[in-house]
Design a protein around this ligand. Structure first.
Ligand code: AMP
Length: 124
């Protein structure tokens, strides 16, 4: 199901400076900040500055420059957070069925400890 972009979503407020965050990185295209409920020692969210609901929306509508700038910022954020070399996991939840709760496209960077298998058969 396609959800309309809501300018009052939490990450839009963080991008505008209306809500606080622990910022890790910022470029022309993206901002990265700590997840408020970290699941791993490093758990950072990278969000594009443009208004995109989810991965599908971002890849369909963002310019090539925006997309390249966003993914470059993801890589830089992993390095800044000290996991660039040792390894990390990228996750994006696309839609409610995947568990997406904030409908501004974002990528999770998980790291800082061994992460195990991707998704266990027993999950959920
Ligand atoms: P999801 O939409 O499922 O990919 O997950 C959204 C993530 O946003 C969750 O991991 C939340 O812990 C995180 N989150 C929610 N509110 C905030 C906030 N104010 N600052 C940072 N992270 C947040």
């Amino acid at each position: 199901m396609v959800v309309a972009y809501d300018r009052d979503n939490i990450f839009a407020k963080i991008l505008r400076g209306d809500l606080p965050c622990t910022k890790r990185h910022e470029t022309e295209w993206a901002m990265a900040f700590d997840d408020i409920a970290p699941k791993t020692p490093v758990h950072v969210l990278v969000v594009p500055k443009g208004e995109y609901v989810d991965f599908n929306d971002f890849t369909a509508r963002a310019t090539a420059e925006e997309q390249a700038g966003f993914w470059r910022a993801v890589k830089e954020t992993a390095e800044i957070c000290g996991v660039g070399e040792e390894g990390f996991r990228l996750t994006t939840n696309n839609g409610e069925v995947a568990g997406q709760i904030v409908f501004h496209f974002h990528v999770h960077i998980f790291g800082g400890r061994p992460l195990g298998r991707m998704v266990r058969a027993s999950d959920g």
